[in-house]
Each structure stands twice: as structure tokens, then as C-alpha cells.
Design a binder for this molecule. Structure first.
Ligand code: B12
Length: 229
């Protein structure tokens, strides 16, 4: 086993031990120009560790036509968990003598464009965690879209994962349930504005204090988690 594999395996073992459900590493050298992060900081960081945390299926099962209070709380708890996880993983990397930059799970940097420091979905896709589904979410073979993501940028010379050559097939569960009709047959036709307007409507009705929904997340379970979460 070479050094890159050794570092990868020990980091993965540590991270899964801290409660991550998905782990992958992406080469970001070609996409980091798109990141909204200072160029000087980014200069030496050519790897991204992409982590996923599964959502609780009992919380999701309560969602029918709108986001629930339980889902809203769960959304915040999982974001908090991912931020803590990214901090722990960063500290682990730094203790080994490398640089690490944890990126917030759900912080918006530009409210006009609704964008962030970087796209966790894009990094996760490059790291082999899944594919961009009809629902515009990253879909994993085991968890469907029922997980949230976080990213840590690093210069640790880790082995790189490859993107998976997979896509949504016959399943159209998300297409049928979307209250905005925003989800189409082709992922590229996803109606971003329609989706966003629906989320604003939920917020206006004070169903949640942030732009969340959860309906297409609930519908997207590729293989029900055997642990019954
Ligand atoms: C702002 C934001 C929103 C905005 C949308 C803004 C937007 N422009 O997309 C609003 C409020 C509408 C929103 C809604 C939701 N969001 Co949101 N959101 C974010 C946030 C904070 C930033 C996204 C961003 O920067 N977007 C800018 C665009 C350019 O990037 P993108 O949307 O990630 O991906 C696009 C491109 O990158 C491209 N792309 C994707 N893969 C690849 C690969 C390659 C190689 C290339 C070239 C391009 C490409 O296609 C995508 C669509 O155009 C991220 C967290 C983060 N930092 O990533 C969460 C995030 C994307 N949201 C998430 C979720 C779950 C939701 C909701 C379900 C809400 C909820 N929890 O109930 C809905 C989903 C609606 C839907 N079906 O898409 C999750 C997705 C998890 C997953 N499994 O995919 C994220 C990653 C948060 C997290 N930490 O997990 N969100």
C-alpha cells in the first residue's frame, strides 16, 4: 500500500468512527477557481474530503405536503453535526502535519445568487458519493438523496476517488410528489425558480424559518437503510 492509500484509509477509518455515513476524496485542482474562497488560501489545497450524514427516516416519514417542525429541527441538527464533524476531521489532518479548511455545511455567502463558498454537491459527485438526480440533489446508491453534505479542503496527499458513472433510471417518485412541479424527466430541466418560489411560500406560511421543503428528499430512497433510520 502506498502513502496516499495509507493516509486515505486512516482518515476514512477516523471519519466513519466519528459518525459520517459517506466518505470520498475529490481532486479539486480543476474546479477550485469557481470557489468563493481567497486564492492565497486555496493555492496549496488540491484535495477535498466530501462527507455525508444520513437523514433520519422517521423524521422524513412525517413529511406529507410541507416541511414539518421535526424536519426543520433535524435539518439544523444535521448541519450542526456536519460542521462539528468537519472541524474534528480538520483537526485530525492538522495534527498529522497538513493543512485543512472546513467549509460550512449550509452557509450562504451571496443571498442574491443563493450561493455558497463552494458546491458540496459538485465536490461530492467528483468524490464518487453519487450522481446529480432528477430532483437536483446528489443521489447515493444506498441512501438515495436522504443525506446532507460537508466538505474539507486539504493538502494531505490522499488517494482520489472517481466520479460514479450512474444516473437516475426509471424511478420518478420525486417527479410525482414535487408540489411545485419543478422536477422533470431530465435533471437538466429542473425548474430552480419554481422550486425556490415554493420554498419561499412555505417560509411565508411560517412552516419553517428557512428555505426548506423535504418532500423530494423523502421520496428519494434508492435502497431503504437496513438500520431503519
Ligand atoms: C443556497 C442553497 C439552496 C437554495 C438554492 C440555490 C441554488 N442556486 O441552487 C435553495 C434555498 C432553493 C435550496 C433548496 C434546497 N436545498 Co440547498 N443548498 C444551498 C447551499 C447552501 C448553496 C448551494 C449553491 O452554492 N448553489 C450554487 C449552484 C451553482 O451550485 P449547486 O446548486 O450545488 O449545484 C449546481 C451545479 O454545481 C451543477 N453541478 C452539479 N454537479 C455537478 C458536477 C459537475 C462536474 C459540474 C460541472 C456541475 C455540477 O448542477 C447543480 C444544479 O445547477 C448548499 C450547500 C453548499 N454549500 O453546497 C445547500 C444544499 C445544496 N441544499 C441541500 C438541500 C437538501 C436542499 C433542499 C432539499 C432543502 C431542504 N433541506 O429541505 C432544497 C432542495 C431543492 C432541490 N431539489 O434542489 C443539500 C443537498 C444534499 C444532497 N444530497 O444533494 C445541500 C448540499 C446542503 C448540505 N449541506 O447538504 N438550497
Amino acid at each position: 500500500m502506498n502513502k496516499q492509500e495509507l493516509l486515505y484509509n486512516s482518515l476514512k477509518k477516523y471519519t466513519l468512527g466519528q459518525g459520517a455515513d459517506l466518505f470520498g476524496v475529490a481532486d479539486i485542482s480543476r474546479i477550485k477557481d469557481e470557489f468563493e474562497i481567497g486564492k492565497k488560501v486555496l493555492e496549496k489545497l488540491n484535495r477535498a474530503v466530501s462527507l455525508g450524514a444520513a437523514l433520519n427516516s422517521s423524521v422524513l416519514s412525517e413529511i406529507e405536503t410541507h416541511p414539518t417542525k421535526l424536519y426543520f429541527h433535524h435539518y439544523k441538527t444535521v448541519n450542526h453535526f456536519l460542521d462539528q464533524l468537519a472541524l474534528k476531521v480538520s483537526n485530525y489532518i492538522v495534527r498529522k502535519g497538513y493543512r485543512a479548511l472546513p467549509i460550512p455545511a449550509s452557509q450562504i455567502t451571496d443571498w442574491q445568487r443563493q450561493s455558497a463558498h463552494l458546491s458540496h454537491k459538485k465536490v461530492g459527485e467528483l468524490a464518487g458519493l453519487g450522481w446529480l438526480g432528477r430532483n437536483n440533489l446528489l443521489v447515493n446508491e444506498k441512501l438515495g438523496a436522504q443525506f446532507r453534505l460537508v466538505t474539507i479542503l486539504t493538502d494531505m496527499p490522499l488517494k482520489i476517488d472517481k466520479p460514479k458513472d450512474l444516473a437516475c433510471t426509471g424511478c420518478a417518485s420525486c417527479v410525482k410528489v414535487c408540489p411545485a412541479g419543478a422536477i422533470k424527466k431530465e435533471p437538466k430541466d429542473f425548474d430552480h425558480i419554481g422550486c425556490f418560489e415554493q420554498l419561499k411560500e412555505f417560509q411565508r406560511k411560517r412552516l419553517a424559518d428557512q428555505y426548506i421543503c423535504g418532500i423530494c428528499v423523502k421520496a428519494c430512497s434508492v435502497e431503504k437503510d437496513k438500520k431503519g433510520r
